[in-house]
Design a binder for this molecule. Structure first.
Ligand SMILES: [Ca+2]
Ligand SMILES: [Ca+2]
Ligand SMILES: [Ca+2]
Length: 302
């Protein structure tokens, strides 16, 4: 009896250890999240240890870390149309935040983490909406004739930058007060300018433009002045996102750094210094790798 008792006790103890190990394996991610084909993945900032965060065989995008790095919001069409979802940084406890029959995409958090702005087609044309971070109290923020997409909330909380404009040219970088009001056009170019993201100190905005022939990454002051080109490659360079210290920018590109050719089939994730120097490739999974976003908790270091 003593032996059986010890055996059962031992098995019970083993299960506790196994349970603790499972908890440890689900520790929060703090690296770079990105879209790999239809899955959301997370890797360390040097490109190692890629893990699957969400894989629901649906189309995902619009990745946005919460300001404290504890949650990742995104859009998914898993229920037939696009809605905004959020999970904790370990990839668990998924919650559906919007449930409108029209498309809701591109979430971005207010810097205090209490609100989420997003793009929605529910009022006819694409407009920016703001809701509480639990999905309640949705309010329309813009009412512009063009499509208003890719909002990014300023670090000081005062304004939201987005890709929008007028009917016929809605690929300008626009800024609107986070409480609503008229929008200001920062770019005013015949080219396509889009996917703007504030620098962590709020003084600059990085964005993509095809003003010099193909999609490259540019940075400008937050008032639209001093536009500087960061990438100069015949392949399309897309989806810039800053490191939390503002020293690096991660992005997606169809360039192939191994032989300097353009990979027309798929793109990969690259990182560069904020002045455009020192480009390094991070992914090589043989998938379409795009939309990288750098966790606020993953400091470059060194
Ligand atoms: Ca929806
Ligand atoms: Ca609109
Ligand atoms: Ca390019």
């Amino acid at each position: 009896m003593t032996g059986r008792g010890s055996f059962f006790y031992g098995s019970f103890f083993f299960l506790i250890i196994a349970g603790l190990s499972a908890c440890a394996a689900a520790k929060p991610h703090t690296g770079i999240a990105w879209i790999s084909d239809h899955a959301i993945m997370v890797m360390t900032i040097d490109g190692s240890d890629p893990v699957t965060f969400v894989d629901e065989k649906s189309d995902h995008g619009g990745l946005a870390w919460s300001p404290d790095g504890t949650h990742l919001s995104y859009h998914s069409n898993r229920d037939g149309n696009y809605d905004i979802f959020v999970r904790d940084a370990a990839g668990r406890n998924g919650i559906k935040l919007t449930d409108d029959p029209d498309d809701d995409m591109d979430p971005t958090w207010s810097p205090d983490g209490t609100k989420i702005a997003f793009s929605s087609k529910r009022s006819g044309t694409w407009e920016l909406m703001v809701m509480n971070a639990d999905g309640s109290s949705v309010q329309e923020l813009t009412s512009l004739p063009g499509k208003d997409w890719f909002p990014d909330w300023s670090p000081d909380g005062a304004s939201i930058v987005f890709q929008g404009g007028t009917e016929g040219n809605d690929s300008e970088i626009m800024i609107v007060d986070a409480r609503g009001g008229p929008a200001t056009n920062l770019t005013n170019t015949p080219s396509s300018d889009g996917t703007p993201v504030w620098s962590p100190d709020g003084t600059q905005i990085v964005f993509v433009s095809n003003r010099e022939g193909n999609a490259d990454i540019y940075v400008m002051n937050a008032d639209g002045s001093n536009v500087t080109r960061l990438t100069d490659h015949p392949a399309d360079d897309l989806w810039p996102s800053w490191s939390p210290d503002g020293k690096k920018i991660v992005f997606a590109s169809y360039r192939n750094i191994d032989n300097d050719l353009i990979n027309k089939i798929r793109d990969d994730i690259y990182v560069m210094n904020a002045d455009g120097s020192g480009v390094m490739k991070l992914t090589s999974q043989g998938a379409e790798n795009t939309e990288p976003v750098w966790s606020p908790l993953a400091l470059p270091g060194g």
